[in-house]
Write a protein that binds this ligand. Structure first.
Ligand code: AMP
Length: 446
């Protein structure tokens, strides 16, 4: 059997993987890691949920460790481009988790928030920059970051970047990088433009394809309630009281939402525990231990915190809010119906979330049974800043793929200053050392 040791990873990474609870590499990790370690370019056709982030982050951390250097101000060695702030934040979290014993530094850069903490982080010098294309180009233009010495480039969700009109930005960025670099290119789908782009950027790449893991276990029965946001708490309390729910995970999109729900359930006399990125390791461990006990509290979790929760006999998953990414829904409901058990997934869908539900149903290729009548009226288009799910086919605007409407801002997804990213470090904590160090003001130790 393939193990992480046999793939050639060293002790700091193996320790971090043990902390994450990963025991066996996923197929894409088993295939990709040795080749990336050997310096080869990679073309990966893989969706979220296949373990692709670790497939590129682990070997790249290893390569940087093998040739340790003090990061120069404004420069980075690894550049990861991602289409959305959410994905960039998740990749940053993964680098931090996998590199926690490695002592490397990473920064995440995206639009819609002040650039100041991001620029300050870059000024101090980092090993890894994870960026959305628009904000990166803005910072390059202001000479706040210098990408001319990048050794490792990752393009994640390239198809989505093309869909979002980032083709020219990507080409401009790639043109600034040294030709002598290692490039890892990931896409969930393979339209002709993606192929062309990959061909123009990769040198003799290893091609890895993984089968999508988007089919939820047949043992999970799914249903959805349509209701306004303001009624979600009362409905949850009612379900928890009236339905025989044994071990329940409730997913919220934000840490704040998780804490608030925890307080509300407390007031209703229902035992619960919240886990999210702001909780200490101790608090998380205590919450998980309680959740595994015979009389578990309701576990309220954000998606990122829920990674690594591997508990059998979860009877119910409640999607208190629907996720932006349809694949995340599949992950969430996969927490139940494990180990030969049956499980239920109940989702709450408010009017603003209907387009997310459509995206989920499209991914699942099924409609989710409704527990009450949906409101009539048109399904709202996804919100530009808040909603990252792709609108359902046929509902997209009439603009050509990759094009822009006249007068539209260059980076429509990054131009909303008021929008807050979910479940990720705040603007002031845009950088993090990957090592365990005492907390400093702008650096978050793990
Ligand atoms: P990704 O496809 O990179 O978004 O990863 C999907 C999920 O799988 C994340 O929650 C990861 O933490 C988790 N994951 C990645 N690799 C492994 C592994 N080898 N074992 C267990 N979980 C993993």
């Amino acid at each position: 059997m393939t193990t992480f040791e046999s793939l050639g990873l060293s002790a700091p990474l193996l320790r971090a993987l043990a902390n994450e609870g990963y025991t066996v590499p996923t197929p894409i990790q088993a295939k990709a890691i040795p080749h990336v370690l050997a310096g080869r370019d990679l073309f990966g056709c893989a969706q979220t949920g296949t373990g692709k982030t670790a497939a590129f982050a682990l070997p790249l951390i290893e390569r940087m460790l093998a040739d340790r250097r003090q990061p120069a101000p404004r420069r980075c060695r690894t550049l990861v481009l991602a289409p959305t702030r959410e994905l960039a934040g998740q990749i940053h979290d993964s680098f931090r988790a996998y590199g926690r014993h490695a002592g490397l530094k990473a920064a995440v850069i995206y639009g819609g928030v002040s650039q100041r903490p991001q620029a300050a982080a870059l000024m101090r010098g980092v090993d890894v920059v994870i960026a959305t294309p628009g904000r990166l180009l803005d910072l390059v233009g202001q000479r706040l970051v210098d990408i001319r010495a990048v050794e490792f480039l990752v393009l994640d969700e390239a198809d989505r970047m093309l869909d979002m009109g980032f083709i020219h930005d990507m080409k401009r960025i790639v043109a600034m990088l040294p030709a002598d670099r290692q490039t890892l290119f990931f896409s969930a789908t393979l339209p002709a433009e993606v192929r062309q782009l990959a061909d123009s950027m990769l040198r003799d790449p290893l091609e890895v394809k993984t089968t999508p893991q988007s089919t939820p276990a047949e043992t999970v029965s799914q249903s959805v309630f349509f209701l306004p946001k303001s009624e979600k708490r009362a409905k949850l309390v009612q379900l928890l009281r009236e339905e025989a729910m044994g071990r329940v995970i409730v997913f919220t999109r934000t840490k704040h939402g998780a804490d608030k729900l925890h307080r509300d359930l407390d007031k209703a006399g229902i035992a619960s525990a919240a886990i999210h990125g702001n909780k200490s390791q101790n608090q998380r461990e205590r919450a998980l231990a309680a959740f595994k006990s015979p009389r578990p509290p309701v576990l309220i979790a954000t998606d990122i915190a829920a990674r690594g929760i591997d508990v059998d006999h979860v009877s119910h998953v409640v999607n208190f809010e629907l996720p932006h990414e349809p694949e995340t829904y599949v992950h969430r409901i996969g927490r139940t119906g494990r180990a030969g058990q049956t499980g239920s997934a109940v989702s709450f869908c408010d009017p603003e979330e209907r387009s997310r539900l459509v995206a989920i149903e499209r991914l699942l290729r099924m409609s989710i049974p409704q527990r009450n009548a949906p409101p009539t009226g048109p399904i709202p288009e996804p919100q530009p800043a808040g909603n990252r799910s792709r609108p359902p086919r046929g509902r997209r605007s009439g603009r050509p793929q990759g094009g822009r409407r006249q007068g539209e801002s260059r980076h429509p997804r990054e131009s909303h200053r008021s929008a807050k990213p979910a479940a990720r470090p705040a603007a002031g904590t845009a950088t993090a050392t990957l090592a365990r160090k005492p907390k400093k003001k702008h650096r978050r130790a793990l």
